[in-house]
Design a binder for this molecule. Structure first.
Ligand SMILES: O=P(O)(O)OP(=O)(O)OP(=O)(O)OC[C@H]1O[C@@H](n2cnc3c(O)ncnc32)[C@H](O)[C@@H]1O
Length: 492
């Protein structure tokens, strides 16, 4: 074999070895990068919040990827359980039984959350307006109800963090956090959505306003620093203006004369039910005393007239005076509305049933007028599956919602379309519970966390092409150097 052939063979061998080594190095490099940065098999953490409302209690289970504790936009509701029966405040006669009512939903939570996560899963209970009213009436009874639910929650396998009556301000502000968190507005630092929440015993309005809210009415101002942005929030909770208490206020207005029957424009023609005066006047929201008559009950008769109902409803608000630059009602300060708004809970339940979640204010009024005038028997026939209490009250509730939003909060025909009626956002219920948990678990950082300049896929691709380029450069260097050495050998 000649010297030249031997030289060529050696060159080919070297090229093959370098190529194999180069490719192996690139594959190893990229594989390491992929494995190192790829998220491991997703593991989840959990949190439980009980919303002990005036009308009922609901248990919400949230989950988020275990390695993303400090990130936003990742916590979502995986399950909710509606506790059978009325809210915990209705157990004031037998406070000890309030806790027992929660047991079946808590068992459900135990079966849904993996056993290995039970001990570390935070569990909170927040009670709202029903318990605020009970505490106003009788602090000792409200304490006993809370002790009873505490006993049951403490005996659960989860990490119990406390049961308390949250303030109206918290209810409003955390509802706002939930809505904006779920729609990813906090993370993006973009414009926010106001929150309108209608419960059974209270209603909340919250929206971003100018900083001078605190100067004019400190009790309506809440400040948040979330993701590096400061938010100045106006919020107010109207106790007694949830839809159940508002109905009592309206009925009290209409039964002041003590007559044996009341012709109510807010109920359908043909509707007739005997009600006890006690059921209306026992609420601490109803300031006026029971009329001085010997009878215990009155017949509640429907007249089905939405325009007249609007007048009845207007009378439960006090618009008489305002010591601030501007007010909503009952002498409560309210800065100019800044939309858009998400309206949830009973705002959604009622408007959705009445098919009023879209369209103009005028068309909503017209539709409601037609709906209220329909006979009660026809309404019942058409909706055999709807709970009769809800069905009977939709005409009142729709009229109340229109009046609260326009007469109360000052929405106009022009700003009406700023309101979106929502139940869930990305699979999670709109309400205060998620915002409450995010706050207590510090899951929304005050400052925006540092994010890598490239997404994972981009990083791996870049690494691959740079490795390829380096390999080619090495190959070219080698290609130019080797024949030169070879020819030198031949000359000798
Ligand atoms: O916040 P608070 O005032 O304590 O009240 P809550 O927590 O009990 O209030 P919800 O949001 O659960 O419900 C609001 C009201 O809507 C009622 N409601 C629930 N589902 C409904 C439906 O499908 N149709 C009509 N009303 C409904 C319920 O009875 C309440 O009066």
């Amino acid at each position: 074999m000649s010297c030249q052939t031997k030289g060529k063979n050696a060159w080919y061998k070297a090229v093959i070895i370098i190529t194999v080594l180069g490719i192996t190095a690139i594959v190893a490099l990229v594989t390491t990068a992929v494995l190192q940065n790829k998220p491991l098999l997703q593991k989840y953490k959990y949190g439980i919040v009980l919303d002990a409302g005036s009308s009922h209690t609901a248990v919400y289970i949230y989950e988020w990827p275990a390695e993303k504790d400090n990130d936003t936009g990742r916590v979502q509701q995986t399950h909710s359980c509606k506790v059978q029966g009325a809210g915990i405040s209705s157990y004031s006669v037998f406070p000890g039984q309030a806790g027992a009512s929660l047991k079946s939903c808590m068992k459900e939570a135990e079966s849904l959350i993996p056993l290995s996560r039970h001990l570390e899963t935070p569990l909170y209970l927040g009670a709202t307006a029903g318990m605020r009213l009970l505490r106003m009436e009788n602090q000792s009874l409200s304490d006993q109800v809370l002790w009873s639910v505490e006993e049951v929650l403490q005996s659960s396998p989860f990490s119990y963090q406390g049961a308390r009556i949250i303030t109206g301000q918290e209810e409003g502000a955390f509802g706002w956090v939930t809505v904006n968190y779920l729609s990813d507005r906090l993370k993006q630092g973009s414009g926010t959505t106001g929150a309108l929440d209608l419960g059974g015993a209270s209603t909340q309005i919250s929206f971003v306003a100018n900083q001078d809210v605190a100067e004019e009415s400190a009790e309506n101002a809440v400040t948040f620093r979330l993701y590096g942005n400061d938010y100045f929030l106006y919020t107010h909770s109207f106790l007694c203006y949830g839809k159940d208490q508002a109905l009592k206020l309206a009925l009290a207005q209409q039964t002041q004369s003590g007559d044996s029957s009341v012709l109510d424009p807010c109920f359908h023609p043909g509707y007739s039910v005997d009600r006890s005066y006690f059921s209306v006047y026992s609420s601490p929201c109803v300031m006026a005393g029971k009329p001085l008559v010997s009878r215990d009950s009155f017949t509640h008769v429907g007249a089905g007239n939405a325009s007249l109902c609007q007048e009845v409803v207007r009378r439960i608000f006090n618009f008489s005076s305002c010591s601030f630059s501007r007010c909503s009602f009952n002498r409560v300060y309210q800065p100019p509305l800044q939309g858009p708004f998400g309206a949830f809970s009973a705002f959604y339940f009622v408007m959705n049933f009445l098919n009023l979640t879209s369209g103009s204010l005028e068309s909503s009024r017209e539709k409601l007028e037609r709906y209220c005038s329909r006979p009660w028997t026809q309404i019942k026939q058409q909706h055999p599956d709807v709970k009769e209490k809800y069905l009977a009250e939709y005409c009142f509730s729709g009229s109340y919602i229109l009046s609260l939003l326009t007469d109360g909060y000052n929405f106009t025909s022009d700003t009406w379309t700023d309101i979106t009626f929502i139940k869930k956002i990305s699979g999670s219920d709109a309400g205060w519970t998620l915002g409450y948990m995010l706050n207590l678990t510090n899951m929304i950082p005050a400052e925006a966390p540092d994010t890598p300049p490239l997404p994972h896929a981009g990083y791996v691709t870049l690494l691959f092409f740079i490795s390829l380029l380096l390999f080619f450069l090495l190959f070219l260097c080698f290609r130019f150097l080797w024949p030169h050495r070879n020819s030198q050998t031949q000359m000798i």
